[in-house]
Design a binder for this molecule. Structure first.
Ligand SMILES: *Cc1c(COP(=O)(O)O)cnc(C)c1O
Length: 437
C-alpha cells in the first residue's frame, strides 16, 4: 500500500491503473494504452528555488516531488547533473527586450529532444544496473527522435538501441545522425515507409520469440521520463525572467506531438511564474481546429518544412485533455495557431534581415506566431520563442532563404565527422527478428 508521500501516476484512460515513477518509465505506456499522468500536483513557488541558477539544480528541485518514495529518489541529483550538462540559454532577440529565444539546441544532437532522451537514459541505466537480461530499445523514427535517443543511450552498459528508419525517406543530415554511432547502437534502413517501421516495432513487442530472448523498451516521446524533465527548462527560464523583471514569462512553443507544450503547462500548474502559453503548429491543423471548433478530429499528417511537427493525431492530446477536459477552460489556458510553409520561408528571411537570427523551420513557426499576436499583448508580455532545433540541421531549407551558409555547431560537426554504418532490411518482422538475434 502506497503511503501518501509516494507519488503515483495514473493512466489517462483509467485512474485505477497506477504506477510509481520508475515503473511508469520502464513501461512507457500504461497497460490499457493510456499515458501516465501525475495523480496529484505538488506546489512550488519561485522561492522554492532560491539560490539555484543552474538548470541541473532547478531540475532537481522541480522533479523531486515526482520521484518521492521511488527507488530513484536518492539518485535524482546525480541524474539531473548527468542529463543536463549543457546550457539552455535565454537570448534576447528584439531591441526592446520583449522577445527572447530559449535555445534548446546545445545538446549532442542540437535539438530539444536531447533533454528528455538524456534524462530517460540516465534513469533507465540506473534502473537496469544488475539486471540479468540486456535491454533492447526499439525506436522507429522519421528523423529527429532516433538521433536523440541513440546519442543518449550510446555506450550505456546493459542497454542496446535499434533505430529503424525508412530507406531514402529521411534527409541526408538526419540519416547521418542515425547511422554514426556504432557500438551498442544499430541503425536499420528499412525498405518501406515510416509506418512500416512503426508497425515492425509494435510487432516486435508482441513477438514471443524476441520477448523470450531480450527485454524490449521503446523510449518514445510519450514516455513520462522524456516529458517531465522538459518542464525543467521552462522552470529555469521563467525564474530567470522573474528574478530580473518581476514579471511572468510567456511562451510560444513549436508543437507537433505536444510533449514540449504539455511540459510547459505542467510547469505552470506546479507554480512556476508563467503567463501565456501559445501552441505554434505548422499546416497540420488538428490542434488549432480543436481550439476553434471544440471538436477533436484527428487526421492524416501532411508533409511540411517543419517536418518534426508533421503530426495529425498528437498522442499527448490525451494528457492535455486529462488535465483540461473542457474546451472553454483550454481556451482560457492557452491558444493555438497554424502556419503555412510559405509563411515559414518568409519568416526565416525576414528575421534574418531584421535580427540577424537564423531560425530552423520549427522555430520559425513560433517566431511567425509571435508576429501575429495583438501588439498590445506583445508589449505587455515577456515573450519567449522556444528554439527547438539548430538551423544547421536543416541547411537544405534554410541556406537558400538567407543566401549564405549556416555555421555548424561543434557538437554537430563532431557527429558529422564520424563514420556511418547501417544494415538494410526488408519491411517485415522476420528480418528485424533475425537481425536482433
Ligand atoms: C519533435 C520536435 C518538435 C515538436 O515537439 P512535440 O513535443 O512533439 O510537440 C518541434 N521541433 C523540433 C525540432 C522537434 O524535433
Amino acid at each position: 500500500m502506497a503511503t501518501p508521500s509516494v507519488m503515483q501516476f495514473a493512466s489517462t484512460r483509467n485512474p485505477e491503473l497506477t504506477a510509481g515513477f520508475s515503473e511508469a518509465l520502464v513501461r512507457g505506456i500504461a497497460p490499457d494504452g493510456g499515458l501516465y499522468v501525475p495523480m496529484r500536483w505538488p506546489t512550488l513557488s519561485p522561492e522554492s528555488f532560491d539560490g539555484q541558477t543552474s538548470l541541473a539544480s532547478i531540475a532537481r528541485t522541480l522533479i523531486a516531488p515526482f520521484v518521492a518514495g521511488d527507488r530513484l529518489e536518492s539518485e535524482l541529483g546525480a541524474i539531473t547533473s548527468e542529463a543536463f550538462d549543457f546550457p539552455a540559454p535565454l537570448v534576447p532577440v528584439s531591441a526592446d527586450q520583449r522577445l527572447s529565444v530559449l535555445e534548446l539546441v546545445h545538446g549532442p544532437t542540437a535539438a530539444f529532444k536531447d533533454f528528455g532522451a538524456r534524462f530517460l537514459a540516465a534513469c533507465l541505466t540506473r534502473l537496469r544496473a544488475g539486471a540479468e537480461r540486456p535491454l533492447q530499445i526499439l525506436v522507429a523514427t522519421s528523423g529527429d527522435t532516433g538521433g536523440a535517443v541513440a546519442a543518449a543511450f550510446h555506450n550505456r552498459p546493459g542497454i542496446g538501441v535499434s533505430v529503424l528508419f525508412p530507406k531514402g525517406l529521411v534527409s541526408p543530415t538526419q540519416e547521418r545522425q542515425l547511422t554514426c554511432w556504432g557500438g551498442n547502437v544499430r541503425a536499420f534502413s528499412v525498405r518501406g515507409t515510416f509506418d512500416d517501421c512503426q508497425r515492425m516495432v509494435k510487432e516486435a513487442f508482441a513477438d514471443p520469440e524476441l520477448r523470450q530472448r531480450m527485454e524490449l523498451s521503446s523510449a518514445n516521446s510519450i514516455n513520462l521520463g522524456r516529458l517531465l524533465p522538459q518542464a525543467s527548462y521552462y522552470a529555469a527560464s521563467s525564474l530567470a525572467v522573474w528574478r530580473e523583471h518581476g514579471e511572468p514569462a510567456s511562451y510560444i512553443v513549436p508543437s507537433g506531438n505536444l510533449g514540449n507544450v504539455v511540459a510547459c503547462i505542467w510547469a505552470r500548474k506546479i507554480g512556476l511564474p508563467i503567463a501565456n502559453i501559445v501552441l505554434a503548429h505548422n499546416a497540420n491543423r488538428t490542434v488549432p481546429d480543436y481550439f476553434e471548433s471544440g471538436e477533436w478530429k484527428p487526421r492524416a499528417s501532411v508533409a511540411t518544412l517543419a517536418s518534426a511537427m508533421d503530426v495529425g493525431n498528437p498522442s499527448n492530446m490525451e494528457r492535455l485533455r486529462s488535465l483540461i477536459p473542457d474546451v472553454e477552460a483550454l481556451r482560457a489556458a492557452a491558444s493555438a495557431y497554424s502556419v503555412t510553409d510559405e509563411e515559414i520561408r518568409a519568416r526565416i528571411r525576414t528575421d534574418f534581415e531584421r535580427y540577424g537570427r537564423v531560425w530552423c523551420p520549427h522555430t520559425a513557426v513560433a517566431a511567425e506566431v509571435y508576429e501575429r499576436l495583438d501588439p498590445e499583448v506583445r508589449r505587455k508580455g515577456r515573450w519567449i520563442v522556444v528554439g527547438t532545433a539548430h538551423a544547421a540541421k536543416f541547411r537544405e531549407v534554410v541556406e537558400p532563404l538567407i543566401g549564405r551558409e549556416v555555421a555548424v555547431p561543434e557538437t554537430l560537426a563532431r557527429l558529422f565527422a564520424r563514420p556511418t554504418e547501417c544494415v538494410e532490411i526488408a519491411a517485415e518482422l522476420g528480418a528485424l527478428r533475425s537481425a536482433l538475434i
